[in-house]
Design a protein around this ligand. Sequence first.
Ligand code: NAP
Ligand code: MG
Length: 402
Amino acid sequence: MDKIKMTTPLVEMDGDEMTRILWKMIKDELLEPFIELNTEYYDLGLEYRNETDDQVTIDSAEATKKYGVAVKCATITPNAARMSEYNLKEMWKSPNGTIRAILDGTVFRAPIIVKGIEPNVKTWTKPITLARHAYGDVYKGTEMKIPGAGKVELVYTADDGTETRELVHEFDGPGIVQGVHNVEKSIRSFAHSCFKYALDTKQDLWFATKDTISKKYDHTFKDIFQEIYDADYAEAFEAAGLEYFYTLIDDAVARVMKSEGGYIWACKNYDGDVMSDMVSSAFGSLAMMTSVLVSPEGYYEYEAAHGTVQRHYYKYLAGEETSTNSVATIFAWTGALRKRGELDGNQALMDFSDKLEAATVQTIESGKMTKDLVLLTTLENVTELTSEGFIKAIRENLEAML
Ligand code: NAP
Ligand code: MG
């Protein structure tokens, strides 16, 4: 069989620890035997980030703007322990944060659904994709403890010096106060990313805030989404038979719990922080969760939602067998390859991505899985495989399909 060719490079961002080991196994066993992989390689492993003063992270994000699609391995975000472990020059920032800032993107997380790993919410038969706005609100808030009686005001001083004031509260004793903000540009980017990704994945889009209570702050989110929808996306949504659905956040939560899934749920920063943990744990496992960063211009960066699985890596270094789940990393590759195929009109690449996903799901559904899933599954007579054994089992199924 001839290998599949790629006309345009895919940006490849390598990473750290156990996921770096899986990365190579996936390429060796599941990709390179079948595709003439055309990637522009960036090593985001912590050692090389340190060597390049983190320039490699910036370069990889710029390359994503150039080529449109990237696939990323999990990476270490340095903390004090990593400073000494890797003898770092500086406590480099989170690569995901740096890339997101450059692409101005929104992260969409979705579970991979397989029979035998049942969500805790029994009506959820399709994935719920969660989109979190990742700028501002309480995450960039300013807070004060108010020691005693006195007045707190919001003051806006315009560039020409004019002041506008709003009373927050007349305190007659101790209390607390919080100031939060957001910027229109970021909300607009968020909205564009959400509408684009809904069209891209042919799913309805839900968005919710507390606009009845927060008549200026949250209401602005609602208004911006509606304005952008009407101006730029309504026609395309109608043509695709999709719905943009706005409701109050508490109503959204109630509906989500009773839904069957199959839509994108866009959330403000705090709601997204909380709800993404709820949704992902209810679907079973972080190791079965994919993540894609979508920029308002339509650049895509695919990755697994989990980290570098450090504990397994130390076992691996000690020469012990590991049973680390590679599914989310495989789906990061298939997501990126399928998108590359779509943009380049490369049907063979798109078909291959579908088959590799199907082979992966089939492997689990036939009872062959890694330890994390063995602990969760409702299937009987399952076989626990090593990291490598699992990838080889997928390869067997894949070869039978090609
Ligand atoms: P983690 O790597 O997600 O792992 C936490 C635990 O979850 C693991 O110890 C393991 O549990 C389980 N797990 C996660 N992925 C798994 C998989 N594929 N297969 C089997 N089990 C899996 O989170 P962490 O240990 O908090 O973070 C490790 C490093 O990853 C940190 O340096 C952090 O900065 C980085 N990180 C990177 C990203 C990213 O690049 N997007 C995201 C998050 C964290 P058991 O040990 O019980 O088996
Ligand atoms: Mg959280």
